[in-house]
Design a protein around this ligand. Structure first.
Ligand SMILES: Cc1cc2nc3c(=O)[nH]c(=O)nc-3n(C[C@H](O)[C@H](O)[C@H](O)COP(=O)(O)OP(=O)(O)OC[C@H]3O[C@@H](n4cnc5c(N)ncnc54)[C@H](O)[C@@H]3O)c2cc1C
Length: 250
């Protein structure tokens, strides 16, 4: 590991150096994940972590970045959050996954909905689209408990400030009513909330070219049902599941 950076009280970002002779194997499509393999308390543990940087960012210093949110009782996430240090060695398998959005020459309207650590593949997709498709528009609805538990808050705000005409960042907090005095931006993300937020943001659901959903499976299902009912083409809706059961509170 090259660097270990604390993002929130319960999340770290970890970067890996990619040796020159492995560059081709570790070339990735934004939205893909790496499989990490480590021996933890005598057990061989393998877990997936999404690459959370744009293609251009990865090209700058030849590193790959993942981020891990610590789950209660979790083997790998606790190890990444509490034990690993820069310089430690870990086995990393080549990028995998089809939660991707290859760049196009046309101008598109895209919407992403993420909750909690579900932001990791989404920030990679959003940032790459903003960098590689100068005519495309992205709306990101991102749910967290509080501003303090929000991963990549600074980076997302920086993107929102620097790409104001093309990137709309809409933050929803489930446990910080004082931070989001607006009832629509308070509570957990579900299909109805997404429907109302998009209506207010002026996004016409049937005209959206691509949807990217990442978070608890219950949120993904509910949002998909609502947007398809409002006219989204099901073929344009992609999702990534981190975990089958509902998270305690995203
Ligand atoms: C394609 C893919 C991409 C992923 N990308 C990321 C990522 O970028 N960042 C990230 O933090 N995680 C990501 N995950 C989840 C990650 O792979 C691990 O499942 C997670 O870190 C927990 O592993 P663990 O070894 O700490 O927990 P385990 O030891 O496997 O489980 C410990 C306990 O936590 C529960 N649990 C397991 N996973 C979760 C979870 N995700 N949420 C809540 N409870 C859970 C288990 O039921 C168990 O009770 C991704 C998963 C997939 C499939």
């Amino acid at each position: 590991m090259a660097t270990v950076e604390r993002l929130t009280e319960r999340a770290v970002a970890v970067t890996f150096d990619v040796p020159d002779d492995l560059r081709e194997i570790f070339a990735f499509e934004p939205g893909q994940h790496l499989t990490l393999r480590a021996e933890i308390n005598g057990a061989d543990v393998r877990r997936s972590y999404s690459i959370c940087m744009s293609r251009a960012q990865a090209a700058v210093d030849g590193r790959l970045r993942i981020a891990s949110n610590e789950v209660d009782g979790g083997a790998m996430s606790a190890w990444l959050n509490r034990v690993v240090r820069p310089g430690d060695q870990i086995d990393v398998l080549a990028p995998l996954g089809d939660f991707v959005c290859p760049p196009v020459d046309t101008e598109r309207e895209l919407v992403a909905v993420a909750a909690g650590s579900g932001i990791t593949p989404v920030i990679s997709l959003v940032r790459t689209i903003l960098e590689e498709e100068p005519g495309s528009q992205v709306t990101l609805i991102f749910g967290n408990r509080t501003p303090e538990t929000m991963m990549f808050r600074e980076e997302l705000h920086w993107l929102a400030d620097n790409c104001a005409a093309r990137f709309d960042l809409i933050e929803v907090f489930s446990r910080a009513p004082e931070a989001a005095a607006d009832p629509l931006l308070t509570g957990r993300i579900d299909g109805e909330k997404v429907r109302q937020i998009l209506r207010r943001a002026g996004v016409a659901v049937p005209e959206v070219d691509g949807w990217f959903l990442c978070g608890p499976i219950g949120m993904i299902d509910d949002v998909r049902t609502a947007i398809v009912a409002d006219g989204a083409d099901p073929a344009t809706v992609q999702h990534e599941e981190f975990f089958q059961d509902p998270l305690p509170d995203a």
